[in-house]
Ligand binder design. Structure first.
Ligand code: ACO
Ligand code: ZN
Length: 439
């Protein structure tokens, strides 16, 4: 399966970089400043007239794959230099997820490609009038980011305006320095910090390394607070009640928001339980990821937010957390579904999990099976089963009802495409009583 590009993580000085999602067409362009000698006077004049670029400008920008991609200028800031036009620009690559937004220098921009109409509404109108239907469809397709579909245009715009520029660029957590993906609303006194230092156990965060070092000498936690409800080999799951551990819950939300785009940060952590997955060694239990869950959900959500910290991603932990959330639902005797909207990576992980679980059952099962039976066996909500099987074209509508068509060869093909199974949850190691049953 291909890779969706994500920022980088550093461990002990070496940088791991995820493979780039480079588009197929070759859109290499000369550097904006490299051909200055041959520039005509007219071009020079035009260029000096357009920068500093206005917020809202659309232009081509050289990305880390060396190729030029369309961007929109989100923000600009002046550099400390004598030149009045020396700015750097915060850009959104319109083909990519917002986690790849970044500050770029003028020389990365191809000024010949600047679209000069800046007023957004006028610009969009003009562009769509000029576009052929084919172009329009192409743009619509590339602009739809999975996960936005349930936010209306006004709330999406408001969200993007408020969170448009990443505030914290990197964090230090345990052994890792991690580049952040999105804005997170840390208290105002942290606004001037590009980097934050987290205690990996209590998740308190600090502005300076020395503060963290001092904290680590005093902090007596070696694992998340709360109850250890699962241990298998070196993996542990802790259940943290947001009401009993408010500060921990809030710290976790601040941290998680750095990697989650369209999720509201709940200050009211009282209403949530946090399931924190750790890898344990003789130094303690190190957080790998988590999911949160409402204590009581009206909409049968069994998971609110899920995160695998970037250094641990693509190792099967996400599917482990998803599987775990369904095991809890089974113990509650309920069906569950994740809270919407799902992010692009969230949807991929859920699709992969649902496909594997459902197709494994269909492969083994003899005779007919209904969606209701599948739902009872897996705790996956019927709608999610239907959309998964429909997307795999395993459902036919015959005589007024949905019929599952499960040709073993087709199932094997889909299972192969669904990727690896993820880490297994050993249910015999889960010691847990549902929330309502606690005193
Ligand atoms: N590129 C392509 N496919 C990917 C990528 C990627 N970068 N990351 C995950 N996937 C897909 C793959 O199909 C993968 O299976 P495979 O490795 O067998 O091919 C599958 O998703 C899940 O892989 P896991 O290793 O089990 O999951 P991971 O530990 O990476 O965690 C998660 C997935 C939790 C979505 C992680 O990407 C993450 O934390 N992202 C940031 C936060 C986020 O978007 N959370 C979901 C929001 S929606 C919600 O909270 C309800
Ligand atoms: Zn601490």
């Amino acid at each position: 399966m291909g890779s969706i590009d994500t920022p980088t993580i550093t461990e002990n000085g070496s940088t791991q970089s995820y493979a780039a999602a480079a588009p197929a067409d070759d859109n290499q362009r000369p550097l904006a400043s490299s051909n200055g000698a041959q520039e005509s006077e007219a071009t020079k004049k035009r260029r000096s007239g357009i920068h500093p670029l206005e917020v809202g400008t659309r232009v081509m920008c050289r990305w880390r794959d060396g190729k030029y991609h369309p961007v929109k200028v989100i923000e600009r800031r002046k550099l400390q230099s004598a030149e009045p036009s020396d700015y750097e620009y915060y850009v959104h690559y319109t083909e990519f997820n917002r986690r790849l937004d970044e500050w770029v220098k003028l020389e990365q921009l191809d000024l010949d490609s600047v679209e000069t109409v800046v007023d957004e509404k006028v610009e969009d109108k003009v562009a769509s009038l000029k576009m052929t239907r084919h172009q329009k469809r192409k743009i619509d397709e590339t602009h739809v980011e999975v996960g936005h579909e349930e936010l209306d245009a006004a709330s999406l715009r408001e969200h993007e305006e408020f969170t448009k520029v990443k505030n914290i660029a990197t964090i230090e957590l345990g052994r890792y320095e991690i580049e952040t993906w999105y804005f997170s609303p840390f208290p105002p006194e942290y606004n001037d910090s590009l980097k934050l230092y987290f205690c990996e156990f209590c998740l308190n965060f600090m502005k300076r390394k020395e503060q963290l070092q001092r904290h680590m000498r005093k902090c007596d936690l070696k694992h998340p607070p709360g109850d250890e409800i699962y241990r298998s080999g070196t993996l542990s799951m802790f259940e943290v009640d947001g009401k009993k551990n408010k500060v921990y819950g809030q710290n976790l939300c601040y941290l998680a928001k750095l990697f989650l785009d369209h999720k509201t940060l709940y200050y009211d952590v009282d209403l949530f339980l946090f399931y924190v997955l750790c890898e344990c060694d003789d130094r303690g239990c190190h957080m790998v990821g988590y999911f949160s869950k409402e204590k009581h959900s009206e909409e049968s959500y069994n998971l609110a937010c899920i995160l695998t910290l970037p250094p641990y991603q693509r190792k099967g932990y996400g599917k482990f957390l998803i599987a775990f959330s369904y095991e809890l639902s089974k113990k509650e005797g309920k069906v569950g579904t994740p809270e919407r909207p799902l992010s692009d990576l969230g949807l991929l992980s859920y699709r992969g999990y649902w496909t594997r679980v459902l197709l494994d059952i269909l492969k083994k099962h003899k005779g007919n099976i209904s969606i209701k039976e599948l739902s009872d066996m897996t705790a996956i909500k019927a709608e999610d089963i239907l959309t998964t099987l429909q997307s795999l074209e395993l459902i036919q509508y015959r005589k007024g009802q949905h019929v599952i068509c499960a040709d073993p060869k087709v199932l094997d093909r889909h299972l192969k495409a669904a990727g690896r199974g993820g880490l297994e949850v050993d249910v015999s190691k889960l010691i847990w009583t549902p929330y309502k049953e606690q005193s």
